[in-house]
Design a protein around this ligand. Structure first.
Ligand code: FAD
Length: 476
């Protein structure tokens, strides 16, 4: 009898344990992807990721076809769809790579149970992380809530070996029907907000690999020095590929370690990247243990924080019209390309929480809809970090100054000028605080504040004081 591989965030042929197991079982095998907007509730996939998913499934279907198998697409509640497709295929084995977060675990358990009732064997694997949540624990057996010691413990372990790419998989004789990808309407219609996505990304395993190899040859050698400067664009851009599982973290780890050992990448620069990859692991184990973090602050006193509900401020932030150039540049990069530089995610997030005093959950939801790498563990943990209520969080009283951050991390104003072209002729001295420039400087640069570019919608110093006062109120 055939096998069925249920693919989710593991859309690749290399180092894919669930796919490998089906191939090694000497059965014909088909793959299934379910577009499930039911079981995630509020966390159904956002708009930007739907665009990505369409492209990635297109690429995957072509690859599976090339090696002899097929991709079946179905839409609906996974708990009903997976057992039913398994029956249609006549499978006696279903494999998948495990998921770890909240509803995902519950759904996978329910599906496993239903399949076993049909006397279909289920085999599941570690396929999306280096180590499974809970594998790395403190001396007293708890999960880690502080990154430093977690990283040191992780570093003492051997990262698993990668598995060979599946080169051949025969489709079962009886193939059930598949939805047409186009009928899922994952791509935007009018207006087409994803125009710049096409120029920025090539979703799929091949696109991810090409980008990864080119980064290893170029920016990897100075990653640690450059990673905080958005204008240098020096990070790997692997986050959406990692999220959809087109890039395997295990393969990335070994590739980079090899380059370090061969002397192509300096140890400190390479290890710095590996520690970022470990943040992804850290957040997974955190959200696995604390699924309530999706809508509740880990630090319960923040339940009492008094948030504003100003819709105009919220809209200005989403549109990149706050009057703070580094914030606006980031929000525009996010809207136009589905991605934002990490340093600028911190700046825009901090501005949302501590300057606009808006509830972090609203900012998190906007990122969820706009990011091609939107990830339940990383996005949630990072927003709680920004808001000062998460694990190993930035203390609430440490408020980012958007002008100071801009001057420090975008000293030439290159990043701001790229995303806010209306400021491109301002001297770099004024690019992060145009309201401080003299009238004739603005005139020469062709900028009328309030017309070409907004006046600041809030005054940072005053809002900072207000934020600290509200924080004081929940501390006691
Ligand atoms: P690189 O610098 O090349 O890093 C390599 C990989 O390590 C990344 O692809 C990512 O998988 C992982 N990584 C790097 N930084 C972090 C981090 N701080 N936390 C967890 N993993 C990390 N990352 C997401 O993948 N999805 C999200 O939804 C997400 N939301 C974020 C929200 C906020 C408010 C902030 C401050 C950060 C968020 N991040 C998120 C983390 C980080 O910004 C991105 O992972 C990174 O910018 C992706 O770009 P890159 O692949 O070029 O990163």
């Amino acid at each position: 009898a055939p096998a069925l591989v249920w693919l989710r965030n593991d859309l690749r042929l290399e180092d894919n344990p669930a796919l490998r197991a089906a191939a090694d079982s000497d059965r014909p095998a088909a793959c299934l992807y379910v577009l499930d907007d039911v079981t995630p509730g509020d966390w159904a996939m956002g708009g930007a990721q739907r665009w990505w998913l369409h492209k990635s499934l297109e690429a995957l279907a072509a690859e599976l076809d090339r090696i002899g198998s097929a991709l079946i697409l179905r839409r609906g509640d996974s708990r009903g769809v997976v057992p039913s497709v398994a029956q249609e295929v006549g499978a006696d084995l279903v494999t998948w790579n495990r998921r770890y977060i909240g509803w995902q675990k519950e759904v996978d358990d329910d599906v496993a149970h239903a399949l076993q009732e049909q006397e279909i064997e289920v085999r599941t694997f570690r396929g999306t992380v280096l180590f499974e949540p809970g594998e790395i624990r403190t001396g007293s057996g708890n999960i880690y809530k502080v990154f430093g010691p977690y990283w040191r413990k992780l570093r003492e372990r051997e990262v698993p070996e990668k598995l060979a790419k599946v080169q051949k998989l025969d489709a079962p004789a009886k193939l059930p029907s598949s939805d047409h990808l186009g009928d899922w309407n994952l791509l935007p219609t009018q207006p087409n907000w994803a125009g710049a996505f096409e120029e920025t990304w090539e979703p799929g395993e091949r696109g991810g690999r090409a980008r990864w190899l080119s980064w290893l040859k170029s920016n990897a050698t100075s990653y640690d020095e450059d990673r905080n400067f958005p204008g240098r664009d020096a990070s790997s851009r692997q986050s959406p590929h990692l999220h959809f599982g087109e890039t395997s973290p295990v393969v990335a780890w070994h590739d980079l370690r090899e380059r370090i050992e061969d002397g192509d990448v300096p140890e400190d620069q390479g290890e710095s990247w590996l520690s970022e990859l470990a943040w992804r692991e850290f957040h997974h184990q955190l959200l696995c243990a604390h699924p309530e973090m999706f809508d509740k602050p880990l630090d319960a006193k923040f339940e009492r924080f008094e948030w504003d509900t100003d819709d105009d401020a919220y809209r200005a932030w989403t549109k990149g019209q706050t009057g703070y150039p580094i914030v606006d540049a980031g929000m525009r990069q996010l809207w136009q390309t589905g991605w934002m530089h990490n340093r600028v995610r911190m700046i825009t997030g901090s501005f949302f929480v501590k300057d606009l005093l808006l509830d972090w959950r609203r900012g998190m939801a906007w990122f969820w809809d706009c990011l091609v790498d939107a990830d339940p563990a990383n996005n949630t943990a990072q927003w709680q970090w920004i808001a000062g209520c998460g694990a190993d969080a930035s203390p609430f009283f440490r408020v980012f100054n958007p002008v100071g951050q801009g001057e420090r991390f975008d000293p030439e104003g290159a990043y701001v000028k790229r995303w806010c072209p209306e400021l491109k002729d301002l001297p770099k001295k004024h690019v992060h605080a145009p309201w401080d420039a003299l009238a004739d400087v603005l005139k020469k640069a062709g900028v009328v504040l309030g017309k070409d570019y907004p006046e600041p919608i809030v005054e940072h110093a005053a809002r900072r004081d207000e934020a600290l006062a509200r924080y004081k109120a929940i501390k006691t």
